[in-house]
Design a protein around this ligand. Structure first.
Ligand code: FES
Length: 308
């Protein structure tokens, strides 16, 4: 029975328990989102004991050297002392602007003290509360970090961020995540499906792909909540400027019934890279459907958000 010391408290896990789930069940606050080793929001630093190699897949050599691992991918076999990555891994960013894009979507722009690739995500630290958000902006033209924050899931946070004065300092993590454009495959079709604020990383990725001269088709499908897509005009403008970009904006309640109308043929899917972003439970059936239709597992990328 491994004993886990986390933030000065000890938790007894059963043999074979998942570290993230075990800590959450015991009431310990651990940031998390996808629970599948993709978003890296559950990263912890091992202070005593050894990180599990399989919980370090996808981390950089520096992160491994610092003893980082993903709690959602770890089943401890030994006692461990862990904590959230040190605050030294946080960087001060300044609020530049905040604006409501829709009743329930706050656009937040921050100065960028870190390098990032459009579509990656950062952890935002506001008064000790941490949440992970994807980046919609594309440098060098947009040298700031732009986040789309769903009010329904983070109403307190949205209010705090909105009322915070411009220039106020926030702490952010380094950028991470694999919902990013691969410039080595410019002839591979891209299928981007976003649910509500899951549009943010896909908007960043699509703009980045076009900026890099992507040659194959890019199909972007957005399932929106509310009356209309909150980025309708910028997306329409982008599609007018780039004939290889096709944008479909559909209400979320039509997702199950209409998705097949807008998917490429199976032979095209077979060659496509697919990126899905939004609330994790809504993406999983869609990912299964795409896999069965022919998208290779290695070409299927999920950016799942949770209610952390
Ligand atoms: S990587 Fe662990 S919650 Fe996403």
């Amino acid at each position: 029975m491994p004993i886990i010391e986390y933030q000065q408290q000890c938790y007894a896990l059963k043999d074979g328990d998942n570290l993230l789930q075990g800590l959450l069940d015991a009431g310990a606050p651990v940031p998390h989102s996808c629970r599948s080793g993709v978003c890296q929001s559950c990263m912890v630093q091992v202070l005593k004991g050894s990180p599990e190699p399989k919980a370090q897949l996808g981390l950089t050599p520096q992160q491994k050297q610092l003893g980082m691992m993903l709690a959602c991918q770890c089943h401890p076999q030994q006692d461990l002392s862990i904590d959230l990555p040190q605050r030294a891994c946080r960087f001060p960013a300044r609020k530049l602007a905040a604006e409501w894009l829709a009743d329930d979507v706050l656009q937040l722009r921050l100065s960028s003290p870190i390098p990032f690739i459009p579509g990656q995500s950062i952890q935002l630290d506001v008064n000790g509360r941490q949440r992970r958000f994807s980046i919609a902006s594309v440098p060098p033209k947009q040298s700031y970090i732009e986040l789309h924050i769903e009010h329904r899931l983070s109403s307190d946070l949205c209010q705090q961020l909105f009322t915070l004065s411009d220039g106020a300092e926030l702490l952010i993590s380094h950028a991470q995540g694999q919902c990013v454009y691969d410039p080595t495959s410019p002839r591979q079709p891209l299928l981007l499906i976003g649910v509500h604020t899951g549009l943010a990383p896909l908007y960043g990725l699509a703009q980045h792909a076009l900026q890099q001269g992507h040659q194959a088709d890019i199909r972007l499908i957005h399932f929106y909540r509310g009356a209309s897509c909150y980025l309708q005009q910028p997306l329409r403008t982008l599609a007018q400027q780039h004939p290889n970009l096709d944008v479909q904006l559909l209400p979320l309640d039509s997702m199950a019934s209409r998705i097949n109308d807008w998917l490429p043929t199976n032979s095209e899917l077979h060659h496509s890279q697919a990126f899905l972003a939004g609330q994790a439970p809504l993406l999983e059936p869609l990912a299964r459907q795409l896999f069965i239709a022919g998208v290779a597992r290695k070409h299927l990328h999920l950016e799942g958000f949770g209610r952390s």
